[in-house]
Ligand binder design. Sequence first.
Ligand SMILES: Cc1cc2nc3c(=O)[nH]c(=O)nc-3n(C[C@H](O)[C@H](O)[C@H](O)COP(=O)(O)OP(=O)(O)OC[C@H]3O[C@@H](n4cnc5c(N)ncnc54)[C@H](O)[C@@H]3O)c2cc1C
Length: 401
Amino acid sequence: MKPHEKTPADFDVVIVGGGIVGLSLACELAATDFSVAVVERNELKAVTEPPDCRVSAINRFALQQFKQAGVWRSPLVQRACIFDKMFVWDQTGAGQIQFDSVELGLSELGVIIENYILQHMLLEMVTAAENISCFCPEEITSIDYRPKAAGQSVSTVKLSSGLQLSAALLVGADGANSKIREIASIQRSQQPYRQFGLVCNVATAESHQNTAWQCFMPTGPLAFLPLYNGWSSIVWTLDDDSAQSCMAMNDEEFKRVLAEESQYQLGEITDLSQRYLFPLAHGHATEYVRPGLALIGDAAHSIHPLAGQGANLGIADAAALADVICTARTAGRQWSALHTLSKYQRKRKGANRVMEMSMTGFKELFGQDNAFVSELRNAGLSLVDHLPAVKYRIIRQALGA
Ligand SMILES: Cc1cc2nc3c(=O)[nH]c(=O)nc-3n(C[C@H](O)[C@H](O)[C@H](O)COP(=O)(O)OP(=O)(O)OC[C@H]3O[C@@H](n4cnc5c(N)ncnc54)[C@H](O)[C@@H]3O)c2cc1C
């Protein structure tokens, strides 16, 4: 990201964090009459082959937002892999469920895309927008946030380059360890799962068939997500000991264990990238807003990655916040005041909390190796598979409807 040449010091909105969620908000505000700054500490790595290991399953809601904003016109769209089916099964029994876009009358269920590629695509839109300035790489040295209970607040953000930005609305899109959340003294419940997500890309003997595969095992879920080059991205939830032992295995051993654990759903594992571990936790901010300040994405909430919803929730936050402030401004109301921002919180907090609790519930349910629970779980999965109305409700939730 390069600083905009016409950069002013005073902005309507300063977004701290140029991850997927921060850039999604900037994109939503492109071509509006808001002046917007994005501050990001890390330079985005250049586009390279082969695919990166950090990928996201982007649901239909988010995809529609990106298509409407023009993000999907980027040539980088070829790095996105459409998935039109999902197949979920229980490793310990006969339970399984599948979702097919054709049955739902949809062209696809979503896409799998590398996180940094999506950031590049969003950035293309953002840097082309006249009303947005990007400051990257830039560290924040201090933030002066003085909320005024009623009416508008103005924050000042000082950057390591010496630049000083003022903002009527300061947005924390700065991830789970949000500094903006901290300066606003917003508490966050934080619960580690004592688990890791092992992430890597694999080539398999059988085609991924544009299907997102998810196997639930007592240790945690294992997902195979289809990639544009025929490989699959795996996200395998493991407890500490299993994660460390998987990391210590040589490639041949790991390929064999992975194929066995996935019950050869895609055949042998024929090739493998480097493996990475991410500690998993869930947490939720007690509030998303203060006068002249809002939190979006992981800064507000983080959830278990088992259903691939974290980034999707953040993208929905960005869309809701943009909608609320644009509507208020058009109506001539105080768009950065607490009474306006509370509307954003009302729109998103309940939905995000439900998703967080569902993911924790799923993790607990599938983490039980008690024979009775396992039997019930397997029967439940197969039953839902034969109940189109229930199945449709579940998939609508996952697609972000
Ligand atoms: C293993 C794994 C798999 C996942 N799979 C999926 C999936 O399939 N689908 C899905 O929807 N979600 C998935 N998620 C969740 C998803 O990755 C996150 O929810 C999402 O990336 C959060 O985006 P964000 O922009 O809010 O935060 P982040 O990605 O954390 O971005 C925050 C940005 O802010 C910047 N920043 C932080 N502090 C500062 C500062 N002081 N100054 C300037 N910049 C700053 C950071 O450099 C960063 O670029 C997964 C998560 C994990 C761990």
